[in-house]
Design a protein around this ligand. Structure first.
Ligand code: HBI
Ligand code: FE
Length: 285
């Protein structure tokens, strides 16, 4: 992943790792956000929330409403009151990307790291690193869903073994193709639940509407073997039949033998089909 930027033009908070503890958490410093930043948030929110109605899954739509954050960059502590009552999760502020082991440890303890700085004006459409809009708007609504809440804790707990077995890229692909870029079947069509899609207006349309995209049924082993795009729209998305399928499929799976079998192999390229695989059509209806 990209190293944290040290650019400070409109946000003095961006990439500031000094003052972070061993757990990499920092205060949100909500009062440091300028009126321009709150305005930028409102515009990002307005653009994305219009798409959410037609493109996001029900859990996301409901979670977003409960967070009530259309008016400006939300305070993490306000969201924490809602989250703690609903699923026992807590948001912690972070300066940006944090080391894998630290990230896993937070998730294993139902703490979700949220980047505190907001993208700049020229980055409204596209950003490689997470910012507060991606992390909060994209991820936090789904933390109110009981399945996703439990799944993320399990994912955090799986981190140590994946690292010890030299198979972190395989585990990370599960996160990537679900929490970041996951689709789910709902109401006879496909809907978005992944934060990387739903925090991007271009990718939200593309993931559900572009005919060239591969949409494959979610299969944990297939996902763990599939490479992904980090600086362009995905070429392949995986589709859950329901959100609980995520837990049902993964809870019974012993990851150890899967890691051993595939960790030394070249991943299946993003956008490639294996013999016999048939992709779903575009989103409809
Ligand atoms: N740090 N802030 C932040 N956000 C992430 O999504 C993140 C991270 N560190 C590591 C990481 N993701 C992934 O590489 C792990 O899921 C493997
Ligand atoms: Fe993310």
């Amino acid at each position: 992943m990209k190293t944290p930027s040290t650019q400070t033009t409109t946000s003095g908070l961006r990439g500031e790792y000094e003052g972070a503890g061993d757990d990499y958490t920092v205060g949100q410093h909500w009062h440091a956000y300028t009126p321009e930043m709150h305005d930028r948030w409102r515009r990002l929110y307005a653009r994305q929330s219009a798409l959410v109605e037609t493109h996001a899954c029900a859990a996301f739509r409901e979670g977003l409403k409960r967070l009530d954050c259309a008016g400006g960059i939300p305070r993490f502590e306000d969201a924490n009151a809602i989250l703690e009552a609903a699923t026992g999760w807590t948001l912690v502020g972070v300066p940006g990307f944090i080391p894998d082991a630290v990230f896993f440890d937070h998730l294993a303890h139902r703490r979700f790291p949220v980047t505190r700085w907001l993208r700049e004006e020229h980055e409204l459409d596209y950003l490689v690193e997470p910012d507060v809009f991606h992390d909060f708007f994209g991820h936090v609504p789904m933390l109110l869903d009981p399945t996703i809440a439990d799944f993320l804790e399990l994912y955090g707990k799986a981190g140590e073994r994946a690292m010890a077995m030299d198979a972190l890229p395989m585990l990370a692909r599960i996160y990537w193709y679900t929490i970041e870029f996951g689709l789910v079947r709902e109401d006879g069509g496909l809907r978005v639940f992944g934060a990387g899609i739903i925090s991007s207006s271009g990718e939200t349309r593309y993931a559900l509407e572009d005919r060239a995209v591969l949409r494959l049924p979610f299969d944990a082993e297939r996902v763990m073997r599939t490479g992904y795009m980090i600086d362009a729209f995905q070429k392949t998305y995986f589709v859950l039949e329901s959100l609980p399928q995520l837990i049902e499929d993964l809870v019974g799976l012993d990851f150890g033998p899967v890691y051993e079998k595939w960790r030394a192999e070249t991943p299946i390229p993003a956008g490639a089909l294996l013999p016999g695989e048939a992709p779903f059509g575009e989103m409809i209806p």
